[in-house]
Design a protein around this ligand. Structure first.
Ligand SMILES: [Fe+2]
Length: 372
């Protein structure tokens, strides 16, 4: 199977994986044949990528880190509870709202169970499989990445559950920030940036008194923008004053923000994001954490479309565990952009002069054409 931008999908293509709605319900099942009508409906739902069954890539199978059941559970819980948080200030005093610690603890246990079966797995962001409201999707991405790193680091089950909740809820304070600031295209004014920074303190306030919520979860919200040289916010604390959990969350948060399509900046290529993080090694981020991140994250996950500097385009078909940033690429389009009937593979760990210059960039080109 391969991951294809929705704008490149054509009627007659078949889905290789289920598509979930924002509520975690199955929108379309496997093997469904796409029609014009279904494609436009998926686009209306904000779905940008789908997994397509393709005879040239049918042997490419994505190892599922998280079961469909967990995925559905996660999407549903995150949406429901984040919405409850958003609505909270509007509620009248004395009316109870759903407590979030208990459902999220259950969710963390479910995720740990799923991940425990894949301890050697590389982290593959796209395995999450659904495009959703930025805050929900970003929170889930950061949660799964951070938990896998925490597992590789050797945290216990209880520690992982707390770390995972800290990662899932790190930006919960954004539910109280003006949507105009959150969604503003372009850079923020000084005042707007100051109000954006408040999401850390607000998150802490929201979480610290939450029944059954470990206080460390609130500290992840408060400290995830702090940096070890003291250049972060809100308090400018340094080194060991920042809890390790908040450092993990801060690192993964920065990576996800750089590589995801955002309103105010274009995403950058995963290996450039790693380089940018490394530029802050020992000043912004802990070196030992960066190293583990680089070794454990499959920055080009299996199934993703990539473009090489020669103009050849294809799909990542395998990961080199010793060089996760130099995967094996199955070329499906030649330099002239012609579709190949018989694809061939290039192992980037052996062909060091070959470079990836684009990831799913067909969608960006298509969006530009459409004026989006
Ligand atoms: Fe944040």
């Amino acid at each position: 199977m391969r991951l294809l931008p929705i704008v490149k999908c054509r009627p007659g293509m078949k889905l290789a994986k289920k598509i979930f709605s924002q509520d975690g319900l199955v929108l379309l099942g496997e093997n469904i044949e796409l029609t014009e009508r279904l494609l436009s409906r998926l686009e209306q739902c904000g779905i940008q990528y789908v997994y397509i069954a393709d005879s040239r890539t049918e042997d490419i199978v994505l190892p599922s880190l998280i079961s469909e059941e967990t995925m559905q559970h996660a999407l549903k819980d995150v949406r429901k509870n984040f919405r409850a948080m958003m609505d909270r200030p509007k509620r009248e005093k004395g009316i109870t709202y759903p407590y979030i610690a208990q459902p999220f603890k259950q969710l963390m246990n479910q995720i740990i169970d799923d991940l425990s079966g894949h301890q050697d797995a590389m982290i593959m962001l796209l395995d999450m499989g659904s495009v959703d409201h930025y805050l929900y999707q970003h929170s889930l991405n950061v949660c799964v990445y951070t938990m896998l790193l925490g597992m590789a680091y050797g945290y216990s089950r209880d520690e992982l559950a707390t770390l995972g909740m800290g990662a899932l809820l790190h930006d919960i304070g954004k539910t109280q920030i003006s949507i105009d600031v959150l969604k503003k295209p372009g850079s923020l004014s000084r005042e707007e940036f100051e109000s954006m920074k408040l999401h850390t303190r607000i998150g802490y306030e929201l979480l610290k008194d939450e029944p059954n919520m470990p206080l460390l979860v609130a500290h992840c919200a408060l400290q995830h923008h702090e940096r070890i040289d003291g250049s972060g916010y809100p308090r400018g604390i340094k080194g060991n004053e920042i809890h390790d959990y908040a450092k993990w969350v801060g690192l993964v948060d920065s990576y996800d923000a750089m590589t995801t399509n955002r309103i105010y900046s274009d995403p950058i290529l995963p290996h450039h994001a790693i380089e940018r993080l490394y530029a802050g090694s020992g000043t912004l981020y802990e070196q030992r954490m960066l190293q583990l991140f680089r070794d454990k994250v499959a920055i080009y996950p299996i199934g993703i479309s990539v473009k090489l500097q020669t103009g050849e385009e294809g799909v990542v078909s395998d990961i080199n565990h010793s060089y996760p940033h130099r995967p094996v690429v199955r070329v499906l389009y030649n330099e002239a952009g012609e579709e190949l009937r018989t694809p061939y593979e290039i192992d980037l760990s052996k062909r060091l002069t070959m470079m990836i210059v684009g990831v799913n960039d067909d969608i960006r080109e298509a969006q530009q054409v459409a004026g989006v």
